[in-house]
Write a protein that binds this ligand. Structure first.
Ligand SMILES: Cc1ncc(COP(=O)(O)O)c(C=O)c1O
Length: 498
């Protein structure tokens, strides 16, 4: 954990207090852009949009209407009167918002059981508004003291949830892919401090589970290891790494003359939601002196639960972890965290001078973004902070537990239904299942479901077979919604085979 430096001898300048009339006075320079800065228009537009959104969210939560309506690009553009509003401005945003909401995927609808994207809480939405209005971009403390301070405190909070508070540190990122790359770059810097200047010598690699999110293999290519430098660890039927496969893969890589910079563990796997055995993988990595990166983009949020925290058993043996809050902590996208067990390792990741922006002048806070790939960054921290401020960590913990619990119920329901089978019992809130045995049938069913839009689910290919896939993201999805889904699957299967 870090403490902020204090600035000595600074006398604040008096700030003129505006008269009440100033509060909504429009700038009037006669330029066509004045309208864009009119505070009264801002207030009016936000109030109207807020009323529309409130209705939209409330209807969605009650399951009214379809989850998804997908019209064509040209049709949506026509409804938006796109060409005219772009050329002339002066549009009534209320009309545009109505079109946009009609053509949005309604994540708050209980039949949204789709991708691993959070059903956002009000706190995150308000944070997005503040970010949009103030644009405190935070490459350095002075460009967003509030956002930077909240980020620092939340990183410390997250570290404390996984037991890394003593020596750890971290940074918020625009998402899990960015965080995985940041963490793996730290692993590269730890193993090859000279790589920043000299480049990466041939033969370096990272080991990634076959089932890991593609951003890890992509990071290997970006880091100069080539895609061949992301060596795949075979996984079992449920997409988990078995320790003997890790050993074999590692030994094979070493025999082939590779230098292994890091091992990635799934916390949990994107397609199946299965958690790897962090303790076993961690012990192996310690023994070999290899960096362990835990990709907890989806599954790290169990850290705020009592019931499912055990999935992080062994996290003390990892060196870095990705944790997205726009998956399981009800924030809007994107909001990721790259966490490091040792602050010193994070500080070595990027060794660059940019004197116009990075400096060691006395300041009341710290420039967090020195430690991330991103320069300009939105105030990600506010989304998580406001959610916490509204429901507390117990509230977010109960959300994660509810989603995981529900998925266990849906597993029982689906696997007991004739004709259906599940890939495995779920660890998390992801469940893969099939109706019958035919892969092409699953794909056809899924395509029809998505076009009809009454419910929204995804698909996955697991060991060459197609599965229908639920990500239970909405805590208001109940058994009756899953029963309705199963009935529709059965009907579509009958139609397809008629
Ligand atoms: C395990 C895992 N890692 C990384 C990512 C990428 O995260 P993002 O979409 O925030 O870049 C995902 C996305 O689903 C994921 O499931």
């Amino acid at each position: 954990m870090q403490t902020s430096s204090k600035v000595s001898g600074v006398v604040p300048m008096p700030v003129p207090t505006p008269s009440p009339a100033d509060a909504t006075r429009a700038p009037a320079t006669g330029h066509p852009f004045d309208r864009g800065y009119d505070p009264a228009l801002f207030q009016q537009s936000v109030e109207k949009a807020c009323a529309q959104l409130t209705r939209h969210l409330s209807d969605s939560l009650q399951g009214k209407g379809k989850v998804l309506v997908q019209e064509s690009i040209e049709e949506i553009a026509r409804q938006l009167d796109f060409d005219r509003v772009v050329a002339e401005g002066g549009a009534d945003l209320e009309k545009l918002v109505a079109v946009l909401l009609r053509n949005s995927n309604r994540l708050h609808h209980p039949s949204y059981i789709g991708h691993q994207v959070a059903v956002p809480m009000a706190g995150a939405a308000v944070a997005d508004l503040i970010n949009g209005a103030t644009n405190n971009s935070m490459p350095v403390y002075e460009m967003g003291p509030a956002g930077s301070a909240v980020e620092r405190k939340l990183i410390d909070w997250a570290l404390s949830k996984i037991g890394w508070q003593a020596e750890g540190s971290g940074v918020m990122t625009h998402g899990g892919s960015m965080s995985n790359l940041t963490c793996l770059l730290a692993a590269r810097a730890a193993a090859l401090p000279e790589a920043w200047e000299k480049g990466v010598p041939p033969g370096c690699a990272i080991l990634v589970p076959e089932s890991s999110h593609y951003s890890n293999a992509r990071a290997a290519a970006i880091m100069g290891l080539g895609t061949d430098g992301a060596i795949r660890i075979p996984v079992d039927a449920e997409y988990r790494v078995r320790i003997e496969d890790l050993e074999r893969t590692y030994e094979g890589a070493v025999r082939a003359g590779k230098r292994v910079l890091a091992v990635v563990a799934n916390v949990c796997a994107t397609a199946t939601g299965s958690y790897d055995d962090l303790r076993a993988i961690g012990r192996f990595c310690r023994e070999k002196g290899v960096w362990l990166h835990a990709d907890g983009a989806h599954g790290a949020s169990v850290a705020v639960t009592e019931k499912y925290r055990h999935f992080l058993d062994g996290i003390e043996l990892a060196d870095s972890m990705t944790w997205d809050t726009h998956k399981m902590m009800a924030t809007s996208a994107l909001c990721g965290m790259a966490l490091f067990r040792h602050r010193s390792a994070m500080l070595k990741t990027f060794s660059q001078e940019a004197t116009y922006i990075f400096n060691s002048f006395e300041k009341p806070g710290e420039d967090i973004s020195v430690n991330t790939l991103e320069c300009t960054k939105s105030m990600l921290s506010l989304k998580l902070f406001f959610n916490l401020a509204i429901v507390g960590e117990k509230g977010l913990g109960s959300l994660v537990e509810t989603l995981y619990d529900r998925t266990r119920e849906f597993h029982r329901l689906i696997s007991n239904r004739p004709g259906f089978s599940c890939l495995c019992a779920p660890d998390s809130n992801i469940l893969c299942f099939r109706y019958g045995e035919d892969s092409a049938l699953q794909d056809r069913i899924r395509q029809r479901l998505v076009l009809e839009g009454d419910c929204y689910i995804t698909r996955a290919t697991i060991h060459g077979k197609s599965y229908l896939r639920l990500s239970v993201m909405n805590p208001y999805t109940e058994e009756r919604h899953v029963v309705a889904l199963c009935e529709r699957v059965e009907a579509l299967a009958r139609q397809a085979t008629a």
